[in-house]
Design a protein around this ligand. Structure first.
Ligand code: CP
Length: 323
C-alpha cells in the first residue's frame, strides 16, 4: 500500500480488520519491521488522538517518528503553480513536500478543508499535491473530505463488540447527525459512510444515515445507505449509533436551521436495540451528545479512540512490508 486516503485504497477490509486485531493482541510482534525507518507526521491543524495513536503505532513497529506542526512551526506554504510568490507565502509545496520525503520513509498528513469553496475542498488539491511531490507512501491523518484512520478504527470497534447471531443478522448501524454551534467539515461522516457502505457490501453491517433536510452528504460517499429524515424512525432497532455533526454539503459549509430533538440522549436510546453509542471525539457535551450517554454503559467512545492505535498500526505495517 503506497497510499491510505480512503477505503478504496484497501484491497480487503475484512483482512485489514483481522490484522489490526492481531496487532492488538500482540503489539510488539513486528518491532524489527520498522527498524531504522522514519515516519513523519505533518499537521496543518490540531489533533490529540490522531497524533498520539499514529505516533504510538509507529513506535510499536520499531520506527522513529518526527512530528511537524506545519501550521505553527513551518513556513507559510504556496500551493498554486505559476504565481509570483511576492505575498505572504514563503515556500512552495513542491519543495516542502519533496524535502520531507527526503527525511522520511512514510509520511502522514492532516489538512482540513477551508469550507469556503466546495469544488476546491473536494478536489483535495493540497493533499494530492503533497502525495505527488513527497514521493514516499502517505497516510491520511484526515484530509478535506475523509478521515480513513478514524473510520477504520470505527469498523474495528463494531466488528470487535458485535456478538454474532445464529441467524446471521447483521448489526444495524446508524450515522446520526447531531447539533453543533460551529460549521464542521464532512470528512468524518463522509468517510464513515464510505467505510460502512463497503462493509454493507461485504455483508458486515446494515447501514442507515439520519439527518435533517439540507444535511445530505455527497452521494458518492453513500452508495447503498438507507437515508432517513426522522431520527426516531432511524433509531428503531439500531445496534450502533454513530453520532456526529457536519455542516451542509448542498449549501456548502453552512450551519442550517433544523428541528429540535437531534441530540442523542437516554430518551432516544429507548428507540434502539440498547445501542452502543460512538463518536470520533472531540465531542461537545450536552450539545452534540448528552453527558448521561457519554458517562453511561452504552458509550463506546473511549474504546473507539483506543482502537485508533491498532488501525494506524495495521496500515503502517502494510506500508512497511511493501517499502
Ligand atoms: N478523532 C480525531 O481524529 O481526533 P483528533 O482530531 O484529536 O486527532
Amino acid at each position: 500500500m503506497k497510499l491510505f486516503s480512503s477505503v478504496n485504497d484497501v484491497s480487503n477490509i475484512k483482512q485489514l480488520v483481522k490484522d489490526a486485531l492481531e496487532l492488538k493482541a500482540n503489539p510488539y510482534a513486528f518491532q524489527s519491521l520498522g527498524k531504522n525507518k522514519t515516519l513523519g507526521l505533518v499537521f496543518m491543524n490540531p489533533s490529540l488522538r490522531t497524533r498520539l495513536s499514529t505516533q504510538k503505532a509507529a513506535l510499536n513497529l520499531g520506527m522513529n517518528v518526527m512530528v511537524m506542526n506545519m501550521d505553527k512551526e513551518g513556513w507559510a506554504l504556496e500551493t498554486q503553480d505559476g504565481v509570483v510568490m511576492n505575498g505572504t507565502t514563503v515556500e512552495h509545496i513542491r519543495e516542502a513536500a519533496a524535502v520531507m520525503g527526503q527525511y522520511c520513509d512514510i509520511l502522514g498528513l492532516r489538512s482540513f478543508p477551508k469550507l469556503n469553496n466546495r469544488e476546491e475542498d473536494y478536489s483535495e488539491d493540497f493533499f494530492n499535491k503533497f502525495v505527488k511531490y513527497c514521493a514516499v507512501p502517505v497516510v491520511s491523518l484526515e484530509s478535506a473530505t475523509r478521515h480513513p484512520l478514524q473510520s477504520f478504527a470505527d469498523l474495528i470497534t463494531i466488528h470487535e463488540t458485535w456478538t454474532k447471531k445464529a441467524d446471521g443478522t447483521k448489526p444495524k448501524v446508524v450515522l446520526a447527525w447531531a447539533p453543533h454551534v460551529k460549521a464542521l467539515p464532512q470528512a468524518v461522516p463522509n468517510s464513515f459512510a464510505e467505510w460502512m457502505c463497503k462493509a454493507q457490501e461485504e455483508g458486515m453491517v446494515d447501514f442507515t444515515i439520519a439527518q435533517p433536510e439540507g444535511y445530505e452528504l455527497a452521494e458518492n460517499f453513500t452508495p447503498g445507505a438507507k437515508i432517513e429524515y426522522n431520527l426516531e424512525h432511524a433509531l428503531e432497532g439500531a445496534d450502533y449509533v454513530y453520532v456526529k455533526n457536519w455542516s451542509s454539503y448542498k449549501d456548502y459549509g453552512k450551519v442550517l436551521t433544523y428541528p429540535d430533538g437531534w441530540m442523542m440522549n437516554n430518551d432516544k436510546l429507548k428507540f434502539t436495540n440498547d445501542a452502543k453509542i460512538m463518536h470520533c471525539l472531540p465531542v461537545r457535551r450536552d450539545l452534540e451528545l448528552s453527558s448521561e450517554i457519554l458517562d453511561g454503559p452504552n458509550s463506546l467512545v473511549i474504546h473507539e479512540a483506543g482502537n485508533r492505535l491498532w488501525a494506524a498500526q495495521a496500515v503502517i505495517k502494510t506500508m512497511l512490508e511493501e517499502l
